[in-house]
Design a protein around this ligand. Structure first.
Ligand SMILES: Nc1nc2c(ncn2[C@@H]2O[C@H](COP(=O)(O)OP(=O)(O)OP(=O)(O)O)[C@@H](O)[C@H]2O)c(=O)[nH]1
Ligand SMILES: [Mg+2]
Length: 508
């Protein structure tokens, strides 16, 4: 406590004490004066008691409220900042756990190993806790120059033509007041011509999506080709600073107007003070004396903003990013598993459609029985379900198959299919053979539509969706009636159904 305040406190206390003594003195005098009437004297006493009681109550209330407020404030000050990242890193850990389980289901060894190594990388990141800053932007905007200026020495090659930087280079950096180490990564420029350029661009984009903090470098107003990736990255929650470089090339007025335009364009996903202007590598100037003069780079506005952001949000940024990375990995694994299951399920449908066709061709049946025996096969439903991790018994399989058969019949798909297929068959084989083969081929075709519909059903956790079974079946019919598909299907049907049929009749 400063001395002046102590003096004020003591003086204040003396004044209050004197006033209290004076009050007591005047009150006692008043009491004696009033003592001729006991009623007035007692009334004065009562008033005094009420007043003191009120004062005590007010004091207690004030102390309690103050303490509560104090508690709340100290909670905000100490507990919260540490707790949010902890909760986030817990979330990241459990997401990673789930991702590992998903990855274990992937059959392709190479893919599985690649994904596993990425989960390990994310886990290592989680425990190491470095902050990854990635410098990203168009070729020749001055990314490497900026990294050199930040590091205070030449670490990367700087050149006028685009494509000077070919791989991501990472350097280690420490900022005052920040416990975590900062890794700063220089990336190849985006938008370079040629194939090598696009490969490098992909690398740059991948590095950018892994960043905790992104420094997006431009040397003029944003082009569309810069705006799109910047917005895309901001939309997935990437914390970004937009850096206008080469300000030595502009007049102060031009610089301000470019800055204003940049801020206007990114309004909504980058805050105004996160758009900063720098000169990473100023051009040399010739003095009047003829001497060559190399001005100093000016990256202070960026360093200041970066330090402020990392100090305030560093912990959160790391935790957020790890969570984001693990969610993305989980999504990737999920897609891979979906594709893998799809291939397996497609093979099952392929197998059953021709089995059914064979059965029906040998013993022609009325349309409804045809559906019941071949087109919708309970065994097929059970097998597809198993691929998607649903164990159905045959009874349930038959139930599902039957309701699908009814839907197919009610939609008039049987008639449509017969027409479609006999037209296509007639182009390839003699009419009398079409007559004998059509039932088998149609059965195969309907099995296929049923199978594909069931794949959709199991893919969506045994749910037919808002439009119900009807919509799914209709969509599959639409997909499978396209010309190029029908042509290929009929070719296969000829070798699998028509050929055996004609061979049989020749033999018999
Ligand atoms: N006038 C001026 N020129 C600069 C500035 N910063 C960079 N340059 C020049 O811009 C050119 C490209 O700089 P680099 O740092 O190689 O750019 P980059 O973004 O790393 O380019 P790539 O690696 O090819 O994508 C070089 O000729 C630099 O000298 C600056 O602040 N002012
Ligand atoms: Mg470079």
């Amino acid at each position: 406590m400063p001395f002046s305040r102590l003096v004020t406190l003591i003086v204040g206390l003396i004044v209050i004490l004197a006033l209290v003594l004076w009050l007591i003195d005047s009150l006692s005098r008043l009491y004696w004066q009033l003592s001729y009437s006991p009623l007035l004297g007692n009334l004065l006493l009562l008033l005094l008691v009420v007043l003191i009681g009120g004062l005590i109550a007010a004091f207690v209330y004030y102390v309690m409220v103050l303490q509560k407020g104090e508690k709340r404030r100290s909670y905000r000050r100490t507990v919260t900042p540490a707790q949010i990242p902890a909760a986030k890193s817990d979330a990241a850990s459990s997401t990673l756990q789930a991702v590992r389980q998903q990855v274990a289901q992937i059959q392709d060894e190479v893919t599985r190993q690649a994904l596993l190594s990425r989960t390990r990388e994310i886990e290592a990141n989680l425990s190491r806790g470095e902050i990854q800053v990635v410098v990203f932007g168009t070729g020749s905007a001055g990314k490497t120059s900026l990294v050199n200026a930040i590091m205070g020495r030449m670490v990367g090659e700087v050149n006028a033509p685009m494509g000077t930087t070919k791989v991501g280079e990472t350097y280690c950096l420490r900022l005052k007041g920040l416990e975590r180490k900062i890794l700063i990564t220089d990336t190849p420029g985006i938008l370079e011509a040629g194939v090598a350029g696009t490969e490098r661009e992909q690398l740059a984009r991948a590095l950018a999506t892994e960043a905790d903090l992104l420094l997006f470098v431009v040397d003029n107003d944003l082009r569309r080709s810069e705006y799109e990736p910047l917005r895309g990255l901001a939309e997935i929650g990437k914390r970004s600073l937009l850096v206008l470089n080469k300000t030595d090339l502009y007049t102060e007025q031009d610089k301000e107007s470019i800055l204003a335009r940049l801020r206007q364009r990114v309004r909504g996903f980058i805050a105004t003070n996160d758009v900063v202007a720098i000169t990473a590598n100023p051009q040399t100037a010739q003095l009047e004396t003829g001497e060559i003069f190399q001005p100093e780079p000016d990256i202070i506005p960026l360093l200041r903003r970066m330090a402020a952001v990392l100090r305030a949000e560093g912990e959160d940024l790391v935790a957020d990013n790890i969570l984001l990375q693990s969610l993305r990995l989980g999504e990737e694994a999920r897609k891979l598993i979906d594709a893998q299951r799809r291939r397996q399920a497609d093979r099952i449908v392929e197998r059953f459609q021709w089995i059914g066709a064979g059965v029906v061709s040998v013993t022609p049946l009325p349309v409804v029985d045809l559906l019941a025996t071949a087109a919708v096969n309970a065994q097929m439903v059970v097998e597809i379900g198993r691929v998607y991790g649903c164990e159905l018994n045959m009874e349930r399989g038959r139930e599902l198959a039957l309701s699908l058969a009814k839907t197919i019949a009610s939609l008039g798909i049987v008639k449509g299919a017969i027409q479609l297929l006999s037209t296509a068959l007639q182009l390839n084989v003699a009419t009398f053979i079409v007559g004998r083969a059509i039932q088998g081929v149609t059965a195969a075709y309907l099995t296929r539509i049923a199978g594909k519909s069931f794949i959709e059903y199991f893919r969506h956790d045994q749910d037919w969706g808002d439009g119900g079974m009807t919509e799914v079946v209709q969509r599959q019919f639409q997909i499978n009636r396209r010309d190029e598909f029908i042509k290929a299907f009929v070719q296969e049907a000829i070798s699998k159904v028509v050929k055996p049929l004609t061979d049989n009749s020749e033999g018999g």
